[in-house]
Design a binder for this molecule. Sequence first.
Ligand SMILES: *Cc1c(COP(=O)(O)O)cnc(C)c1O
Length: 373
Amino acid sequence: MIPFLDLKSINAQYREELISAAARVIDSGWYIQGQELKAFEQEFADYCGAKHCIGVANGLDALTLTLRAWKELGKLHEGDEVIVPANTYIASILAITENRFKPVLVEPDSATYNLCPVKTAAAITSKTKAIVAVHLYGQLAPMDEIMALADQHQLLVLEDSAQAHGAESNGKKAGNWGHASGFSFYPGKNLGALGDAGAVTTNDDELAQTIRALGNYGSHKKYENLYQGVNSRLDEMQAAMLRIKLKHLDSETQRRREIAKAYAQGISNPKLMQPISFNSVSQSLSQHVFHLYVVRSTARAALQAHLTAAGVQTLIHYPIPPHLQQAYASWNPHVLPLTESMHQEVLSLPISPLMSRDDVQQVIAGCNSFQVG
Ligand SMILES: *Cc1c(COP(=O)(O)O)cnc(C)c1O
């Protein structure tokens, strides 16, 4: 069986480097808020082209603490409307409701799975104060248009870059487009730690300081607390692991793009809808980081069974949209037909940087031999 993502083998490539970095941390005697974190924050800020990077405990906290910081700074208030794509992973929305803002779910562009500038503009009211722009599956949301809307309506833009480390458009990377950007380093993300970790990038000094304080008990100075903060820190061990992984991120992304290109060119079955970006393969290959390679089929269950029988593991991102989750039962019945149909059709093919040429061909052959009925 071709595994969906073989994390063990991915990390095994760097085993010696990871072990010596771990030993360095163990021997340092310093495990929280030390040199490894400081170095990683600088390296990741530089990688994204942003002025600041603030390590936090996970991707959800990166989003939640950024929105909270804007509240502490008086830029957002409880009850404000925040636009977010309806088909995102639920964490983008949890960060909004945790802060008692009102999420306004906008149907995505059916071709890119990302926010659509026209539908986003139509959702803006006098109460709208922010947009959470998710770069879903590894492709940037249309940030030029979103930032133009934000300027026009004086909205804050938080990128959810959890799936888009290194994705770019016009030479500008995820993490450097919005007023701030939240990243996850969950092990299965393109830049993955060996445990939980996350970060915020921003060019805003005041915001950076506030997030840093909020994640450290609200303390900006030892034993002095400006805010009723939380404990959300990226520890030294994970920072050390991430410094190693970051060095290899671009080559892994390159490999993901090669696999995506082979899929785009090799899968010819009209029963499968491929990610749109392949209408302009070369452009999209230089921008998309292919956290996921998502195809669509109206006969998804049959396609998934067929691929399993062909030795190909697939996953669904995601089977139930946030607005139909029990957690948000108060919104039901909230009708978002496009989002709902996408959730019934999407299927993610394996796209592990370690797949062999034969593996890739096996996936393509499995897709092409699928017949409906
Ligand atoms: C993974 C993910 C998150 C949450 O990150 P965690 O580190 O798991 O908390 C948020 N948004 C999106 C789009 C994600 O894929």
